[in-house]
Ligand binder design. Structure first.
Ligand SMILES: Cc1ncc(COP(=O)(O)O)c(C=O)c1O
Length: 396
């Protein structure tokens, strides 16, 4: 019998997707399932992006350059300039989603056994990318009572070992919704410079910053040119998750030359999707203004509705479109499965992502769930009503 690799066996299941079979069964029984578990926005993709595909008369769907088309990268650089991030096309490699950008980054800077420090809870697939690269995740706990702010910098310092190669942050955070301040980024900048580490910032939710706060990128921090790596994506910005386009941005020439070798091995990012993503850069500001206004209303609705349920605690997200909620249950895993298998309110139920999979320290976050507020307000109110009634029945 041929055998599977140890790495393959160690690959974690996605906590966001592992309950999918139960949701499918619930749907087959005729139950409507509200998906609060996954960051698939219901917002329309900008028309300019879709039109660029429709109105195309390409006759040969050829490979593009491994680092992405020059024209597209030049326009991405102009987009960054508008965000006060000053880079050139050569500082950018276009990838197949932010996911591939993360894989290439891990592959380029870390060997098997090396360590990356990540504030937890963190985007669960960081575990998957680390396992695939043989890299060890060293978590530093951020707390709900602090709204998941950056843990004290001494906590990072304690964890730095000869094997540490990088600190990875997600800003604004999935699953926490926390937006790091300029001061927090500067604390991280000082520590990575002191210890010669990379600072990888996953900024795929850059535009999703609320309450008048502005996003501060690691690329804006002077003196961090050799350390900073940004992971980016069109998935959330333009509601183009299926395009599969992202990029790596860094001024570190050795790192970029190495990442390019990974990019060359997979030949090219998808051609059609680059055309759509290039056109998406023409999206008018009014699109983003409307989207942000909509998400702020959704967040306010979700947080205030959740706060009205006895025993539920919720952090107040300042960005992205997720929040972590603590529920009056022992196992959010069990509760989430039960919601799909055993519960409905007038033929409707909800799917949430148990939060334990967003931590790598065993035993924490067991009573927490991540909720994505990617539904319209009425559906969100219905979903929270279902949660409230379900908790009564589950805990009876
Ligand atoms: C924080 C974060 N990083 C990266 C990704 C990967 O996105 P994609 O590969 O669609 O660009 C996601 C997707 O949900 C995410 O939430």
């Amino acid at each position: 019998m041929p055998t599977i690799s140890n790495k393959g066996i160690a690959m974690p299941q996605s906590p966001i997707r592992k309950l999918v079979p139960y949701a499918e069964d619930a749907k087959k029984r005729g139950t409507k399932v509200f998906h609060l578990n996954i960051g698939q926005p219901d917002i329309k993709t900008p028309k300019v992006a879709l039109d660029a595909i429709k109105n195309n008369d390409i006759e040969v769907l050829a490979y593009s350059r491994s680092e992405g088309s020059e024209e597209y990268r030049t326009k991405i650089a102009a987009y960054y300039a508008k965000n006060d991030i000053h880079v050139s096309a050569t500082d950018i490699i276009v990838t197949t989603g932010g996911s591939e950008a993360l894989l290439f980054t891990f592959g380029s800077i870390m060997d098997a056994g090396d360590e990356v420090i990540i504030p937890e809870p963190f985007y669960a697939n960081y575990n998957g990318f680390s396992t695939a690269s043989g890299v060890k995740v060293v978590p530093v706990i951020s707390k709900m009572e602090d709204n998941f702010a950056l843990p004290p910098i001494e906590e990072f310092e304690k964890l730095i070992s000869p094997k540490t190669k990088a600190i990875l942050i997600c800003n604004p955070g999935n699953p926490t919704g926390y937006l790091y301040s300029k001061e927090e980024i500067q604390k991280l900048a000082a520590i990575v410079k002191k210890h010669d580490l990379f600072l990888i910032a996953d900024e795929v939710y850059r535009e999703f910053a609320y309450d008048g706060l502005t996003h501060y990128s690691v690329m804006q921090e002077a003196g961090l040119e050799e350390n900073a790596i940004v992971i980016d994506s069109v998935s959330k910005r333009y509601s183009m998750c299926g395009a599969r386009i992202g990029c790596i941005v860094s001024k570190n020439k050795d790192f970029m030359a190495t990442a390019l070798k990974f990019a060359q091995a997979r030949l090219s990012p998808p051609t059609y999707a680059q055309i759509a993503s290039e056109a998406a850069l023409e999206t008018p500001q009014s699109y983003f203004d409307d989207v942000i206004e909509e998400y702020v209303e959704r967040r306010n609705t979700l947080v205030s509705e959740l706060q009205r349920i006895d025993g539920v605690r919720v952090a107040n997200p300042k960005g992205a479109f997720y929040c972590i909620a603590e529920l009056p249950v022992e196992s959010a895993d069990d509760f989430a499965q039960w919601l799909l298998e055993k519960f409905d309110l007038n033929g409707k139920t909800i799917m949430v992502a148990p939060a334990a999979g967003f931590y790598s320290t065993p035993g924490i976050g067991l009573n927490q769930v991540r909720i994505a507020y990617v539904l319209n307000k009425e559906d969100l109110i219905t979903a929270v009503t279902i949660l409230k009634e379900a908790l009564k029945v589950y805990n009876a």
